[in-house]
Design a protein around this ligand. Sequence first.
Ligand code: AMP
Ligand code: FE
Ligand code: FE
Ligand code: ZN
Length: 300
Amino acid sequence: MPRSPRIDLHTHSTASDGTDSPAALVAAAAGAEVDVVAITDHDTTGGWDEAATALPAGMRLVRGAEFSCVSPSGRDGERDVSVHLLGYLFDPAHPAIEAEQARLREERHRRLVGMTERMAADGYPIDVEAVFAYLPAGASAGRPHLARALVAAGVVESVNAAFATLLYTGSPYYVPKADTPVRAAIEMVRAAGGVAVFAHPLARGRGRVVEPSVIADLTAAGLGGVEVEHPDHAEPDRALLRGLAAELGLVTTGSSDYHGTNKTTPIAAETTTGDALDELVARAAGGVGVLTGCPLPWFR
Ligand code: AMP
Ligand code: FE
Ligand code: FE
Ligand code: ZN
């Protein structure tokens, strides 16, 4: 019997805030005996082509992206919550997606400059040039780029420490960005032939999370799956999400959310089953054949 496939559906490259180039990301996946890897950079599809070109024989690439979104919390009178949506197998040239990703990358750029200037004004030995040394041309800017510059400047010991002490949401140096309403993002991904999966919905360490009722509402609005096995999910929350997914008919995924050396999680630390991936591919049907050779009998 063939071994079951090793599938990691959430990783980042230097096209956003990972530290591996798309080609190095694919090589890292190959080194970890991964059969299917998804590239899901924040608000960009800029890494897809390099990753596809670097694919070794027998490995498959799921093209995706992680969309920066806002969602109602599901609690009366509370302001919106920041959430992430994974879109897979969508047409990257769909006009709504192209426009919204371009807008978000502009927002990200503006806000990173804003955060850097606030820190500089407060006397930190940092400037925009130093931060942008960590940002390849065209990449989607994120707080980890600033974090790395702060490490290089000797302000903090690690990217993680930079977040804990200076860059956390709500810190005096934090500048918000205008994210996409999550329903609009789901609609966009679906209109472009893809499938939408709620990324790490109960990652409580990142801030407020949505109520289960919101996941139910989004399922009615076209959400196809939910990320259950994720490094930022506690076991009781994983169990809660498994139950909710079964009730709502959502596909469940597992992923590392690999960011190279910007985080400590190795690639494929958490994985998705072949059946779940097949179901995602089926739900994305009507797409543009972005995933060559799908459906994927090869997994069985
Ligand atoms: P941004 O997209 O600019 O809002 O920054 C958020 C990103 O920072 C997330 O996607 C994570 O990749 C990263 N991040 C958040 N917290 C940490 C942390 N404690 N250590 C390392 N990276 C983090
Ligand atoms: Fe990230
Ligand atoms: Fe995320
Ligand atoms: Zn991610």
